[in-house]
Design a binder for this molecule. Structure first.
Ligand code: 8YV
Length: 324
């Protein structure tokens, strides 16, 4: 009903998003503008929605303020630390993310990264590709998943999907979150440092943003100890990256497997130079199948909104219907 809405696409022109929004809106693509400020000044008064194509696209208060008629920000990705959702909530703007459709994919990748790191699988493959096998078999891995306990930091939907996989692997799971989740059977640690002392893998799967910045610091790494392995599937901001580099250099911890970094796509050269870490280019959800489902949910939130049916997956800071 009503006028065709003007939607601003921030970030790359992904086919599922462009294909889904074109029939239901007048779509403006910021990425195609030569002079972004001039382009925005020309359309700002009409824009009612933002479609955000990647979590790398920062949407802060100053940006949202440019659009006096802004109603909704539909963002790609389950993490939304790139958006000031609290500000949006205070200004009556709905923010949506793309939860659930990526849970199993990210959990699969988490187990892949864990196994790669514990058993040194990428390094062993490098050995083969370098033609070194005929000169000698790749050494036995010092670490094993056998006898290990995994401490999950975060126990949301993806955390539970990871825990289910670890159950099947016969690997004991405990977890740290601010509040215990009564629906999960695993032991809860209210204090991260206590859990880090008791486990030999810390697996991070919690939101980024100010509330979790540098949660894993030198003290937590020290507590994790010389057999300890850190797996980060969350956000680079959750780890004090310099403290991690220092802990890996001094063998304060054994190893790390990282899918995320503080300043993506820039990875510290100190990490790249280390052979005993596994580094992935932020590909937790990165299959064509799952990314298409995430893109589609960006579209579906906007389609539902402009059909007067409300958002499908609003974030907790912008509940729907709005709190009275
Ligand atoms: C994104 C992610 O695909 O969903 C998230 O929060 O981190 C990933 O799924 C990635 O950030 C690329 O933008």
């Amino acid at each position: 009903a009503g006028e065709t809405p003007d939607i601003l696409l921030v970030g790359h022109s992904k086919p599922v998003i462009v294909g889904g929004l074109t029939p239901i809106s007048t779509l403006h693509r910021l990425i195609e503008a030569e002079d972004k400020d001039r382009f925005l000044a020309g359309v700002a008064d009409r824009i009612r929605a933002l479609a955000v194509a990647y979590t790398a696209n920062k949407i802060d208060a100053a940006f949202m303020q440019r659009f006096p008629r802004l109603e909704i920000v539909s963002s790609f990705g389950v993490g939304y630390d790139h958006i000031d959702a609290a500000w949006a909530g205070r200004h009556g703007i709905v923010v949506t993310n793309t939860p659930e459709v990526l849970d199993e994919e990210v959990a699969d990748t988490a187990l892949g990264l864990l196994l790669c790191t514990v058993r040194e699988l990428p390094r062993a493959e490098r050995h083969l590709r370098a033609g070194k096998w005929p000169q000698g078999a790749y050494p036995l891995s010092k670490a094993t998943l056998r006898n290990r306990r995994v401490g999950l930091v975060g126990m949301g939907r993806i955390g539970r999907a990871i825990a289910r996989r670890l159950d099947a692997f016969g690997v004991p799971v405990v977890y740290h979150t601010r509040r215990a989740n009564p629906d999960v059977p695993y032991r809860h640690y209210p204090v991260l440092l206590d859990m880090a002392r008791d486990v030999d893998v810390l697996l991070l799967i919690l939101p980024g943003g100010a509330a979790t910045r540098n949660l894993v610091d030198a003290a937590v790494l020290e507590a994790l100890g010389p057999d300890g392995i850190l797996i980060n599937m969350a956000r680079g901001s959750v780890v004090d990256e310099q403290a991690l580099i220092a802990a890996l250099r001094s063998r304060t911890i054994f190893s790390a497997g990282l899918d995320v970094f503080a300043d993506e796509p820039h990875v510290p050269p100190e990490l790249i130079a280390m052979d005993h870490v596994v580094l992935f280019p932020h590909l937790g959800s990165g299959s064509a199948h799952t990314r298409a489902r995430m893109d589609q949910l960006v579209v579906d939130n906007l389609a539902s909104w402009f059909a007067g049916k409300g958002p499908l997956t609003p974030v907790p800071e912008t509940p729907w219907p709005p709190a009275a």
